[in-house]
Design a protein around this ligand. Sequence first.
Ligand SMILES: NC(=O)C1=CN([C@@H]2O[C@H](COP(=O)(O)OP(=O)(O)OC[C@H]3O[C@@H](n4cnc5c(N)ncnc54)[C@H](OP(=O)(O)O)[C@@H]3O)[C@@H](O)[C@H]2O)[C@@H](O)CC1
Ligand SMILES: Nc1ncnc2c1ncn2[C@@H]1O[C@H](COP(=O)(O)OP(=O)(O)O)[C@@H](O)[C@H]1O
Ligand SMILES: [K+]
Length: 508
Amino acid sequence: MVSAYTGSQVRAAERPLLDRGEGAALMARAAHGLALAVLRELERTGAVYGRRVAGVVGKGNNGGDALFALAEIARRGVRTTAVLTGGTAHPDGLAAFTAAGGRVTEELEPADVVIDAVLGTGFAGEFRPPLPRPAATVVACDLPSGVDADTGTAGAAVWRADVTVTFGALKTGLLVGRGRELSGTVEVVDIGLGPHLPEPDVRSLDDAAAAALLPRPRDDWQKYSRGVLGLVAGSPDFPGAAVLSAAGALATGVGMVRIVAPDEVRNLVLAAHPEVVGSLEPRGRVQAWAVGPGIADDGGQRRALGVALGSGLPTVVDASGLEALGEFLAADPRSRGSAAEPRLGEVLARIAEEGTVAGEHLVLTPHAGELESLLANFNSASDAPSRDSIESQPLHWAREAARRIGVTVLLKGPATVCAAPDGTAYVQGSGHPYLATAGSGDTLTGILGALLATGTHAGGHGSARPVELAALAACIHQRAGRLAAKGGPYGAGELAQAVREAVALFAA
Ligand SMILES: NC(=O)C1=CN([C@@H]2O[C@H](COP(=O)(O)OP(=O)(O)OC[C@H]3O[C@@H](n4cnc5c(N)ncnc54)[C@H](OP(=O)(O)O)[C@@H]3O)[C@@H](O)[C@H]2O)[C@@H](O)CC1
Ligand SMILES: Nc1ncnc2c1ncn2[C@@H]1O[C@H](COP(=O)(O)OP(=O)(O)O)[C@@H](O)[C@H]1O
Ligand SMILES: [K+]
């Protein structure tokens, strides 16, 4: 499991050590880790001796780290220079730097590696780098200067790092938003904060954590104890979505998929997956629902959405299902529960009255545009965020949506954020841009539906939280996206085979 912390959490963890007078030791460990990373970059591209490393150094402790690191690098026969952006610099760091032969320069001198050490966790407000990004390899000290350690937001001109060496613990801002795009390869240097760190702000499943969470069928189970997924997907206009979601679910592994869909959609699904059982309306027991891909405004499918929402079972709501939810939440209260869609109306009326959809067992899987509409429609539309702000602060808005609506939210994007109503959050950001293809989200809905059906019911794993399974679904989807990309671009129809391979990797 990867854990990440806000800047303030890390600073608070440093506090007891600073109070014990260990500040210099912390900085020495940080600087040593940074120096090793820079030396490694030099070694990767040739010899170390005689090369050039420059620092862009602010006046705070972040700059101090870089000056001590430059001193260590200089002792390996590297020519080191530093531009002091604040006019002054960390006194002891500067003394060590000059004593090791480092030179302070007015302009940034040509270099093989440039250390970005203007600002670290002490950054607040707005920041414009004092210099344009050089063409050299850039190693960011703690985080790219100007990236907000808590949110990952950053001004337009903030430098993109090739490598970020971060101290004490991974910062949340390096996992999400622009911070993720700007940080390159991230390396965490242990400076001894471990015992002082609180519960992490966010987590990310690595391979081992994904493997541990993956529901595995027991030897003595049959198909029903393994879990049945009820899938409400597809309509005459969008039949393919149902095929893709069913494929995602089957490749993830589930006891049975029951599809609810109009005849022509069912026929198409059955032609591709004869093992799927289908009906026009919900029938038979299931352990979880996945609702929404391609249902458009089909009346029967919206009724089925009501059945799923009213069931109290773990339920994924995606795509047109989110639209139906949003439209309903926005509608005049008197029109709610219309005769055309009695079940949906009944359930949603209760939701609206109680002010919450209530329950982390409901997992909404919007992309930023869908979350924008949902939040605009839900209760306090007055401070609803734009799509742009959701994209720049995905963690914040996924959490807000989960808290306000009272559900689990899986917010899709280059990094996918999963949040529970209590603020528990996971960020999964190792996909592939080829995943941005029509129908890729429908596949994800199937994956998550299967995990909910097999991973939350009493006969199954039982203990996993929906937010964990949502993160696992994103993790499987992203691994599949990377595996499939080895063969070049793909359509979502080709993703299911890679999903199967990804699950096999985690199950091994
Ligand atoms: N604590 C420790 O012992 C350890 C700390 N460590 C390291 O220290 C880093 C944190 O150091 P820090 O607290 O000194 O803050 P830092 O990031 O250098 O910036 C402060 C300077 O930035 C300025 N500034 C702020 N906002 C600005 C803006 N918008 N635009 C422009 N300027 C702005 C602010 O100026 P002021 O507002 O005060 O005039 C101030 O001068 C941390 O990231 C890690 O690298 C490690 O070595 C481990 C041990
Ligand atoms: N740049 C990207 N890198 C990696 N994954 C991405 C990127 N852009 C989108 N994705 C992923 O692709 C999927 C697209 O889903 P969605 O927008 O619902 O598509 P559709 O509705 O067509 O199925 C999501 O899982 C999302 O996280
Ligand atoms: K920095």
